[in-house]
Design a binder for this molecule. Structure first.
Ligand code: C5P
Length: 397
């Protein structure tokens, strides 16, 4: 139910705008208060009168409307809601949002808001697949904007493919999910994920086989429980979770900087596979073959992010969870690691060849705490994430 929740609904100019009328009805049926904003292009598809009549509320349209400004300034309008929903989010609106343009009421509200934003894209399939739109989508996701759809199917323009706006009830379900007061509401949690890339020269680097799948699943599971997640990720194979703040880094040193910048947090989960060493002799020019023999790489130790945060005198997160990817004597090594690093829990797993865990979809972990160790059966990485998120919820009480 959405009783008493306030939705600021921005309706962009696309044929899917007709579905937004039904979306308004569905939201109001569930007790939500809807304040509609209609773009100029949106008015070509649905009338201000129908939007306003269905919303039972004034429809806002102009940035420079003195009457509206006197009644409720656009900054205030951007802050009143529990959630801002953009449906349909056209290619043009997405581009404006990604660039931070503010040349009409809708884009100004989106730039001024400090409220979470959910968008439901809708456009022609070629426009959706265009690299510009996909680039904007990536930017918007990194900015923490949640996305629902688009769906595949026949389009009003006669083509077929992804680009249809999600159905009103799908959007409602997503809104309910975002507004649900999960048990971690109000808690800020940091998650690191993915590998790091340590440069050898401008084109070569040292990496590892981490896909980022487990860290991403943990970020998603914590966010689903209502946590405010800061997700610091190296160059992973999988896309970061929706609706979280994403900070992308390459190296261990950059990861430490991003982690420091994200503190204070209530809990931190260090699932990233951070390189222990970086190449201290990294060259700013591409190394060339030469008759003088093979290049010699020298190494320097990387900062240990988990240890640094675990041993902070001031501002240490209430709960610090580390990972231990081991290939032998998993429990003994991981138990020793927990002590050495000073973290509260270690999630240990056996990544030796043949387990298929590193880069795979399943994980078999042992949770090591001050009270001892607990083997979890082999399960999907999403299930491990859900179980860990539930334990973190208990611990944060
Ligand atoms: O020492 P080891 O790399 O096995 O420890 C793994 C744990 O330590 C993981 O939680 C990983 O994210 C973290 N780690 C780190 N900084 C490093 C190396 C590992 O935070 N430089």
């Amino acid at each position: 139910m959405l009783a008493g929740k306030h939705i600021l609904l921005i309706i962009g100019g696309g044929i899917a705008a007709f579905k937004s009328l039904d979306l308004i009805r569905r939201l109001r049926e569930r007790g939500a208060v809807v304040t509609p904003v209609l773009t100029r292009a949106g008015e070509e598809f649905v009338t201000p009168l129908s939007v306003s009549a269905l919303a039972g509320n004034k429809v806002f349209r102009d940035l420079f409307d003195l009457g509206d400004e006197a009644e409720m300034g656009h900054i205030q309008l951007s802050r009143i809601a529990d959630l801002v929903v953009v449906a349909p989010a056209t290619a043009d609106l997405m581009a404006k949002m990604a660039q931070g343009l503010a040349n009409d009421l809708a884009s100004t509200l989106l730039l001024a808001t400090d409220t979470p934003v959910l968008m439901a894209p809708a456009m022609n399939v070629r426009m959706w697949e265009h690299s510009a739109t996909q680039r904007n989508l990536g930017t918007l996701k990194s900015d923490g904007i949640s996305v629902v759809g688009p769906n595949d199917g026949d389009m009003a323009c006669g083509e077929f493919g992804p680009g249809r706006m999600s159905e009103p009830l799908e959007i409602v379900a997503e809104i309910e999910g975002r507004l649900a007061d999960g048990p971690l509401k109000g808690k800020r949690v940091l998650v690191t994920s993915g590998p790091t890339h340590e440069p050898i020269d401008p084109v070569r680097y040292i990496a590892n086989r981490s896909s980022g799948a487990q860290g991403t699943a943990i970020g998603r599971a914590l966010s689903a429980l209502g946590a405010d997640v800061v997700f610091v990720t190296g160059p992973a194979d999988v896309a970061p979770p929706d609706g979280v703040q994403v900070i992308k880094v390459q190296t261990a040193q950059e990861m430490l900087e991003a982690v420091n910048g994200a503190l204070p947090v209530d809990a931190a989960v260090f699932a990233a596979a951070v390189a222990d060493w970086r190449v201290s002799s990294a060259s700013d020019r591409k190394l060339k073959k030469s008759n003088d023999g093979l290049p010699v790489l020298t190494f320097a130790e990387n900062p240990d992010i988990l240890k640094t945060v675990s041993q902070m005198k001031k501002g240490r997160p209430g709960l610090v969870v580390g990972f231990a990817a081991e290939t032998n004597d998993v429990i003994d090594n991981a138990t020793a690691k927990r002590e050495r690093k000073g973290c509260d829990w270690i999630v240990a797993n056996d990544v030796s060849t043949g387990t298929g865990i590193m880069g795979g979809s399943e994980n078999a972990v042992t949770l090591i705490t001050a009270d001892g160790s607990e083997d979890w059966p082999r399960m999907g990485k999403d299930a491990v994430a859900a179980k860990l998120a539930a334990r973190i919820t208990e611990a944060l009480g």
